[in-house]
Design a protein around this ligand. Structure first.
Ligand code: GH3
Ligand code: MG
Ligand code: MG
Ligand code: MG
Length: 313
Protein backbone atom coordinates (compact mmCIF):
# COMPACT_ATOMS: atom_id res chain seq x y z
CA UNK A 1 0.00 0.00 0.00
CA UNK A 2 1.59 3.22 -1.17
CA UNK A 3 0.03 6.45 -0.04
CA UNK A 4 0.78 9.89 -1.35
CA UNK A 5 2.12 11.26 1.85
CA UNK A 6 1.71 14.96 1.51
CA UNK A 7 3.32 16.34 4.53
CA UNK A 8 6.86 16.43 5.73
CA UNK A 9 8.24 13.26 7.17
CA UNK A 10 10.47 13.92 10.11
CA UNK A 11 12.48 11.24 11.84
CA UNK A 12 13.26 13.29 14.87
CA UNK A 13 11.60 12.09 18.05
CA UNK A 14 9.58 14.34 20.28
CA UNK A 15 12.05 14.83 23.07
CA UNK A 16 11.45 13.34 26.50
CA UNK A 17 10.79 15.32 29.65
CA UNK A 18 13.75 17.19 30.97
CA UNK A 19 14.96 14.90 33.66
CA UNK A 20 18.12 14.14 35.53
CA UNK A 21 18.02 10.54 34.45
CA UNK A 22 18.85 9.17 31.05
CA UNK A 23 15.67 7.41 29.89
CA UNK A 24 17.72 5.03 27.75
CA UNK A 25 19.60 3.63 30.72
CA UNK A 26 18.18 1.56 33.55
CA UNK A 27 18.63 3.15 36.96
CA UNK A 28 19.56 1.04 39.96
CA UNK A 29 19.31 2.23 43.54
CA UNK A 30 21.66 0.68 46.07
CA UNK A 31 21.26 1.19 49.81
CA UNK A 32 24.02 -0.04 52.11
CA UNK A 33 25.73 1.44 55.14
CA UNK A 34 29.02 -0.15 54.08
CA UNK A 35 30.61 2.49 51.86
CA UNK A 36 33.24 0.22 50.35
CA UNK A 37 30.45 -2.17 49.36
CA UNK A 38 28.54 0.72 47.76
CA UNK A 39 31.61 1.70 45.75
CA UNK A 40 32.24 -1.86 44.61
CA UNK A 41 28.64 -2.41 43.49
CA UNK A 42 28.32 1.01 41.90
CA UNK A 43 31.48 0.50 39.86
CA UNK A 44 30.53 -2.90 38.58
CA UNK A 45 26.92 -1.96 37.83
CA UNK A 46 28.08 1.14 35.96
CA UNK A 47 30.60 -0.90 34.02
CA UNK A 48 27.61 -2.86 32.77
CA UNK A 49 26.16 0.35 31.31
CA UNK A 50 23.58 1.03 34.00
CA UNK A 51 23.09 4.15 36.08
CA UNK A 52 23.41 3.87 39.84
CA UNK A 53 22.33 5.97 42.78
CA UNK A 54 23.66 5.04 46.18
CA UNK A 55 22.71 5.86 49.69
CA UNK A 56 23.84 4.86 53.17
CA UNK A 57 20.73 6.22 54.85
CA UNK A 58 17.42 4.43 54.28
CA UNK A 59 15.40 7.54 55.13
CA UNK A 60 17.13 9.53 52.42
CA UNK A 61 16.81 6.56 50.12
CA UNK A 62 13.03 6.66 50.24
CA UNK A 63 13.09 10.28 49.18
CA UNK A 64 15.54 9.52 46.38
CA UNK A 65 13.32 6.68 45.31
CA UNK A 66 10.37 8.98 44.78
CA UNK A 67 12.35 11.52 42.87
CA UNK A 68 14.03 9.14 40.50
CA UNK A 69 11.83 6.03 40.27
CA UNK A 70 14.65 3.53 39.84
CA UNK A 71 14.19 0.28 37.90
CA UNK A 72 15.74 -1.97 40.52
CA UNK A 73 16.28 -1.63 44.24
CA UNK A 74 19.17 -3.29 46.04
CA UNK A 75 19.06 -3.08 49.85
CA UNK A 76 21.45 -4.28 52.47
CA UNK A 77 19.77 -6.42 55.10
CA UNK A 78 21.62 -4.87 58.01
CA UNK A 79 21.29 -1.12 58.05
CA UNK A 80 22.15 0.94 61.14
CA UNK A 81 18.69 2.33 61.89
CA UNK A 82 16.58 -0.55 60.70
CA UNK A 83 16.67 -3.85 58.94
CA UNK A 84 16.78 -3.78 55.17
CA UNK A 85 13.42 -5.43 54.81
CA UNK A 86 11.85 -2.87 57.16
CA UNK A 87 13.04 -0.16 54.81
CA UNK A 88 11.70 -2.33 52.01
CA UNK A 89 8.35 -2.62 53.72
CA UNK A 90 8.17 1.15 54.13
CA UNK A 91 8.94 1.75 50.51
CA UNK A 92 6.53 -0.97 49.52
CA UNK A 93 3.63 0.70 51.32
CA UNK A 94 4.02 3.67 49.03
CA UNK A 95 4.72 1.92 45.78
CA UNK A 96 2.16 -0.82 45.58
CA UNK A 97 0.97 0.34 42.21
CA UNK A 98 4.46 0.34 40.73
CA UNK A 99 6.46 -2.68 39.92
CA UNK A 100 10.07 -2.57 40.96
CA UNK A 101 12.32 -5.57 41.47
CA UNK A 102 13.78 -5.61 44.98
CA UNK A 103 16.97 -7.39 45.89
CA UNK A 104 18.18 -7.95 49.45
CA UNK A 105 21.91 -8.36 49.97
CA UNK A 106 22.99 -9.80 53.29
CA UNK A 107 25.82 -11.24 55.37
CA UNK A 108 23.23 -13.26 57.25
CA UNK A 109 22.38 -16.09 54.98
CA UNK A 110 20.34 -18.36 57.20
CA UNK A 111 17.00 -19.70 56.06
CA UNK A 112 14.95 -17.60 58.52
CA UNK A 113 16.48 -14.37 57.26
CA UNK A 114 15.89 -15.38 53.66
CA UNK A 115 12.26 -16.28 54.28
CA UNK A 116 11.69 -13.05 56.18
CA UNK A 117 13.15 -11.07 53.31
CA UNK A 118 10.90 -12.74 50.75
CA UNK A 119 7.88 -12.37 53.02
CA UNK A 120 8.60 -8.67 53.22
CA UNK A 121 8.62 -8.14 49.52
CA UNK A 122 12.08 -9.10 48.32
CA UNK A 123 12.20 -10.64 44.85
CA UNK A 124 15.72 -11.89 45.29
CA UNK A 125 18.22 -12.55 48.05
CA UNK A 126 21.95 -12.44 47.45
CA UNK A 127 24.42 -13.43 50.15
CA UNK A 128 27.59 -11.51 50.95
CA UNK A 129 30.39 -11.80 50.03
CA UNK A 130 28.86 -11.07 46.68
CA UNK A 131 29.91 -13.06 43.64
CA UNK A 132 29.96 -10.15 41.22
CA UNK A 133 29.48 -12.11 38.00
CA UNK A 134 26.38 -13.87 39.33
CA UNK A 135 25.12 -10.66 40.93
CA UNK A 136 25.27 -8.81 37.60
CA UNK A 137 23.42 -11.55 35.74
CA UNK A 138 20.69 -11.63 38.36
CA UNK A 139 20.30 -7.85 38.26
CA UNK A 140 20.14 -8.03 34.48
CA UNK A 141 17.24 -10.50 34.70
CA UNK A 142 15.40 -8.19 37.09
CA UNK A 143 15.90 -5.22 34.78
CA UNK A 144 14.61 -7.27 31.86
CA UNK A 145 11.42 -8.17 33.73
CA UNK A 146 10.99 -4.56 34.74
CA UNK A 147 11.33 -3.44 31.13
CA UNK A 148 8.79 -6.03 29.96
CA UNK A 149 6.39 -4.89 32.64
CA UNK A 150 6.77 -1.20 31.81
CA UNK A 151 6.09 -1.91 28.16
CA UNK A 152 3.13 -4.14 28.81
CA UNK A 153 1.24 -1.60 30.89
CA UNK A 154 1.45 0.92 28.05
CA UNK A 155 0.56 -1.36 25.15
CA UNK A 156 -2.78 -2.78 24.16
CA UNK A 157 -2.60 -6.54 24.21
CA UNK A 158 -4.79 -7.31 21.20
CA UNK A 159 -3.55 -4.72 18.74
CA UNK A 160 -0.06 -3.96 20.07
CA UNK A 161 -0.54 -0.22 19.75
CA UNK A 162 -0.34 2.09 22.76
CA UNK A 163 -3.16 2.19 25.29
CA UNK A 164 -4.96 5.01 27.07
CA UNK A 165 -2.44 5.07 29.88
CA UNK A 166 0.34 5.89 27.46
CA UNK A 167 -1.82 8.57 25.90
CA UNK A 168 -2.20 10.13 29.33
CA UNK A 169 1.57 10.00 29.86
CA UNK A 170 2.34 11.29 26.40
CA UNK A 171 -0.12 14.17 26.40
CA UNK A 172 2.07 16.29 28.69
CA UNK A 173 5.04 15.64 26.42
CA UNK A 174 2.98 16.82 23.45
CA UNK A 175 2.06 19.99 25.32
CA UNK A 176 5.72 20.56 26.19
CA UNK A 177 6.73 20.07 22.59
CA UNK A 178 4.09 22.57 21.54
CA UNK A 179 5.34 25.01 24.18
CA UNK A 180 8.92 24.67 22.97
CA UNK A 181 8.33 24.75 19.22
CA UNK A 182 5.21 26.86 19.04
CA UNK A 183 3.74 24.28 16.69
CA UNK A 184 0.38 22.90 17.70
CA UNK A 185 -0.53 19.24 17.65
CA UNK A 186 -3.59 17.41 16.44
CA UNK A 187 -5.62 14.77 18.24
CA UNK A 188 -7.80 12.51 16.11
CA UNK A 189 -10.30 9.84 17.08
CA UNK A 190 -10.99 7.02 14.67
CA UNK A 191 -13.89 4.61 14.93
CA UNK A 192 -14.72 1.69 12.67
CA UNK A 193 -18.04 2.01 10.85
CA UNK A 194 -20.75 -0.54 11.61
CA UNK A 195 -18.20 -2.73 13.30
CA UNK A 196 -20.91 -4.49 15.25
CA UNK A 197 -22.10 -5.95 11.96
CA UNK A 198 -18.69 -7.57 11.39
CA UNK A 199 -18.93 -9.26 14.77
CA UNK A 200 -22.53 -10.27 14.23
CA UNK A 201 -21.96 -11.61 10.73
CA UNK A 202 -18.49 -13.17 10.93
CA UNK A 203 -17.92 -13.65 14.65
CA UNK A 204 -15.76 -11.96 17.25
CA UNK A 205 -12.55 -13.66 16.16
CA UNK A 206 -12.91 -12.07 12.75
CA UNK A 207 -13.75 -8.80 14.49
CA UNK A 208 -10.53 -9.10 16.49
CA UNK A 209 -8.58 -9.72 13.32
CA UNK A 210 -10.03 -6.58 11.74
CA UNK A 211 -9.02 -4.59 14.82
CA UNK A 212 -5.47 -5.93 14.63
CA UNK A 213 -5.17 -5.18 10.93
CA UNK A 214 -6.66 -1.73 11.40
CA UNK A 215 -4.14 -0.90 14.12
CA UNK A 216 -1.26 -2.25 12.03
CA UNK A 217 -2.44 -0.29 9.00
CA UNK A 218 -2.57 2.95 11.00
CA UNK A 219 0.87 2.39 12.50
CA UNK A 220 2.37 1.83 9.07
CA UNK A 221 0.79 4.88 7.53
CA UNK A 222 1.70 7.57 10.02
CA UNK A 223 5.03 9.27 10.71
CA UNK A 224 7.45 8.05 13.37
CA UNK A 225 6.43 10.87 15.68
CA UNK A 226 2.72 10.16 15.34
CA UNK A 227 1.37 7.76 17.92
CA UNK A 228 -1.52 5.30 17.61
CA UNK A 229 -3.47 4.33 20.73
CA UNK A 230 -6.44 2.04 21.26
CA UNK A 231 -8.72 3.71 23.78
CA UNK A 232 -11.81 1.55 23.54
CA UNK A 233 -13.25 -1.45 21.73
CA UNK A 234 -12.95 -0.20 18.17
CA UNK A 235 -11.89 3.34 18.92
CA UNK A 236 -8.40 4.58 18.28
CA UNK A 237 -6.62 7.87 18.78
CA UNK A 238 -3.71 9.20 16.77
CA UNK A 239 -1.69 12.17 18.00
CA UNK A 240 0.13 14.25 15.40
CA UNK A 241 2.78 16.55 16.87
CA UNK A 242 3.79 19.74 15.00
CA UNK A 243 0.90 19.42 12.65
CA UNK A 244 -2.28 21.16 11.60
CA UNK A 245 -5.88 20.39 10.84
CA UNK A 246 -5.55 20.53 7.06
CA UNK A 247 -2.59 18.15 6.86
CA UNK A 248 -4.23 15.66 9.16
CA UNK A 249 -7.58 15.89 7.47
CA UNK A 250 -5.98 15.21 4.11
CA UNK A 251 -4.00 12.27 5.45
CA UNK A 252 -6.97 10.69 7.21
CA UNK A 253 -9.17 11.15 4.16
CA UNK A 254 -6.60 9.22 2.14
CA UNK A 255 -6.35 6.56 4.82
CA UNK A 256 -10.11 6.07 4.90
CA UNK A 257 -10.14 5.55 1.16
CA UNK A 258 -7.21 3.16 1.30
CA UNK A 259 -8.54 1.13 4.23
CA UNK A 260 -12.03 0.86 2.75
CA UNK A 261 -10.55 -0.77 -0.35
CA UNK A 262 -8.82 -3.42 1.71
CA UNK A 263 -10.49 -6.81 1.39
CA UNK A 264 -10.92 -9.07 4.38
CA UNK A 265 -12.18 -12.61 3.94
CA UNK A 266 -14.29 -14.85 6.08
CA UNK A 267 -14.49 -18.43 4.82
CA UNK A 268 -14.02 -17.24 1.24
CA UNK A 269 -16.52 -14.40 1.66
CA UNK A 270 -14.82 -11.08 1.02
CA UNK A 271 -15.89 -8.04 2.99
CA UNK A 272 -14.60 -4.55 3.63
CA UNK A 273 -15.02 -1.94 6.32
CA UNK A 274 -14.51 1.80 6.59
CA UNK A 275 -13.85 4.13 9.46
CA UNK A 276 -14.74 7.68 10.43
CA UNK A 277 -12.61 10.26 12.18
CA UNK A 278 -12.90 13.44 14.20
CA UNK A 279 -10.00 15.80 14.67
CA UNK A 280 -9.17 18.54 17.10
CA UNK A 281 -6.15 20.85 17.13
CA UNK A 282 -4.59 21.58 20.50
CA UNK A 283 -3.33 25.14 20.28
CA UNK A 284 -3.69 26.14 23.89
CA UNK A 285 -1.29 24.97 26.59
CA UNK A 286 -4.04 24.67 29.17
CA UNK A 287 -6.25 22.22 27.36
CA UNK A 288 -6.58 18.96 29.29
CA UNK A 289 -6.61 15.62 27.51
CA UNK A 290 -10.24 15.12 28.46
CA UNK A 291 -11.26 18.24 26.60
CA UNK A 292 -9.21 17.33 23.53
CA UNK A 293 -10.88 13.91 23.43
CA UNK A 294 -14.32 15.37 23.95
CA UNK A 295 -13.86 17.84 21.11
CA UNK A 296 -12.45 15.23 18.73
CA UNK A 297 -15.28 12.91 19.73
CA UNK A 298 -17.87 15.56 18.90
CA UNK A 299 -16.29 15.89 15.45
CA UNK A 300 -16.37 12.10 15.08
CA UNK A 301 -20.03 12.08 15.97
CA UNK A 302 -20.59 14.63 13.24
CA UNK A 303 -18.69 12.45 10.74
CA UNK A 304 -20.93 9.50 11.66
CA UNK A 305 -24.04 11.63 11.36
CA UNK A 306 -23.03 12.87 7.94
CA UNK A 307 -22.82 9.33 6.58
CA UNK A 308 -19.55 7.79 7.89
CA UNK A 309 -16.27 7.09 6.04
CA UNK A 310 -15.29 10.75 6.42
CA UNK A 311 -13.35 13.19 8.57
CA UNK A 312 -14.74 16.17 10.43
CA UNK A 313 -13.00 18.88 12.46
P1 GH3 B 1 -20.79 3.00 14.24
O1 GH3 B 1 -20.54 3.08 12.79
O2 GH3 B 1 -21.85 3.95 14.69
O3 GH3 B 1 -19.54 3.19 15.03
O4 GH3 B 1 -21.35 1.55 14.54
P2 GH3 B 1 -20.62 0.38 15.29
O5 GH3 B 1 -21.41 -0.86 15.07
O6 GH3 B 1 -19.21 0.32 14.91
O7 GH3 B 1 -20.65 0.92 16.78
P3 GH3 B 1 -21.04 0.27 18.14
O8 GH3 B 1 -20.40 1.13 19.20
O9 GH3 B 1 -22.50 0.07 18.21
O10 GH3 B 1 -20.32 -1.13 18.15
C1 GH3 B 1 -19.04 -1.33 18.52
C2 GH3 B 1 -18.84 -2.80 18.65
O11 GH3 B 1 -17.49 -3.14 18.89
C3 GH3 B 1 -19.64 -3.40 19.79
C4 GH3 B 1 -18.69 -4.38 20.44
O12 GH3 B 1 -19.24 -5.66 20.51
C5 GH3 B 1 -17.50 -4.40 19.53
N1 GH3 B 1 -16.23 -4.59 20.21
C6 GH3 B 1 -15.71 -3.85 21.22
N2 GH3 B 1 -14.51 -4.34 21.59
C7 GH3 B 1 -14.24 -5.41 20.81
C8 GH3 B 1 -13.15 -6.34 20.71
O13 GH3 B 1 -12.14 -6.25 21.41
N3 GH3 B 1 -13.25 -7.32 19.78
C9 GH3 B 1 -14.33 -7.44 18.95
N4 GH3 B 1 -14.34 -8.41 18.07
N5 GH3 B 1 -15.37 -6.59 19.04
C10 GH3 B 1 -15.33 -5.58 19.94
MG1 MG C 1 25.09 -3.31 56.63
MG1 MG D 1 -17.95 1.97 15.39
MG1 MG E 1 -17.46 2.96 18.87
Amino acid sequence: IELSYQYEHFEEEVSEDDNTRDPQKPLIQVIDDDVSMLILLKDSLEENGWMVITSVDPEKAVEQYYQLKPDCLIIDYQLPTKLGFEALKEIQQHIEKYFIPRVIISVNNDKETRIKAYQNGADDFIAKPIELDEFLVRVERHLYRKQMFDQSVLIDELTQVYNRKFLEDNFSRLLQDYKRTGQAFVVSILDLDHFKKVNDTYGHLTGDLVLKEFAQFLKEQVRNVDRVYRIGGEEFIITFPRSNENEVKKLLTNLIEEFSEKLFTYEDTPFSISFSAGIYTVNDLHIPLKTAIREADAALYEAKRLGRARVEC
